[in-house]
Design a protein around this ligand. Structure first.
Ligand code: NAP
Length: 250
């Protein structure tokens, strides 16, 4: 008997992968979305007696997002009796990292807006329309401190995460019966941080600070962060604070 359906975007690596592993339990269906499948995750879920399904989609493209929402609809229709449905909008990009006068590629800007904001809105809309109102429904949007405090070089990234916070607050007002949170996850040792450290100072003036954080082992591991987020998500108080930061609970 399948009781719980958990949808996670950006499941192939980093925080999304660690969250999927943390949440893989018997009687749960984990539905992962990303461009690349992670066969290790499928095997891990099987070993935990959790079900796993993967939707391959490029969420930075409107047509990829439409494909993902279509697949999601079919999948949700197949599990009308589950007692809980949780959506974790985690997929994201920090690109393009550049200061305002250097943001000369509209295509990269559009991809970031579509992935970080557009896909999150579309997946949330599909989730709301195709899950039973009587179920325990939760939406966790992975935001960032960059959306709350401006950082040079992160104009696009910060704007998208600020939009995530705003959309989350709107959704929470419109759907008070759905527990909804925009959560900053802290600084985590993932590919995203590697990309940040590799970006030239001219484009990202704070680069040295992130190199120092890494050298001083001050980045949280994805597993550590996922463990805290999983506990936070499952807690009865989830949704009482719409815009939050997991570091308050370390
Ligand atoms: N790492 C940090 O320090 C940090 C700090 C604050 C907030 N965050 C937020 O935490 C979330 C996860 O970040 P992370 O550090 O785990 O990043 P990551 O290591 O770069 O992983 C990103 C995940 O998103 C997926 N993804 C990227 N582009 C995609 C696309 N076009 N379509 C579908 N999926 C896509 C990737 O899978 P594929 O490549 O297989 O598609 C991957 O699974 C993001 O929302 C990020 O903004 C991270």
């Amino acid at each position: 008997m399948l009781n719980e359906v958990i949808l996670i975007s950006g499941v192939s690596r980093g925080l999304g992968l660690a969250l999927a592993k943390q949440l893989a339990q018997p009687q749960r269906l984990i539905v992962g979305i990303a461009r690349s499948n992670n066969s290790e995750l499928a095997a891990y879920c099987q070993a935990q007696n959790a079900s796993y399904q993967f939707i391959q989609a490029d969420l930075a493209l409107p047509q990829g997002c439409a494909h993902a929402t279509h697949e999601l609809q079919q999948l949700l229709k197949a599990h009308p009796d589950a007692r809980s449905f949780w959506l974790i909008n985690n997929a994201g990009t920090v690109a393009p990292m550049a200061q305002s006068h250097q943001l000369d590629d509209p295509h990269l800007i559009a991809l970031a807006l579509q992935l970080n904001v557009g896909s999150l809105i579309s997946l949330s809309a599909t989730f709301l329309a195709h899950t039973p109102a009587t179920a325990d429904r939760r939406i966790l949007n992975i935001s960032s401190g960059a959306g709350r405090n401006a950082v040079p070089g992160w104009g696009v990234y910060g704007a998208t995460k600020s939009a995530v916070d705003h959309f989350t607050q709107t959704l929470a007002l419109e759907q008070p019966q759905v527990r909804t949170v925009a959560l900053a996850p802290g600084v985590i040792d993932t590919d995203m941080q590697t990309h940040i450290r590799q970006t030239e100072t001219d484009f990202f003036p704070n680069r040295e600070r992130f190199i120092q954080l890494h050298q001083n082992q001050q980045l949280a591991s994805a597993e550590f962060t996922a463990e805290h987020i999983a506990r936070y998500l499952a807690n009865d108080t989830f949704g009482t604070k719409t815009v939050d930061d997991i570091r308050h609970y370390f």
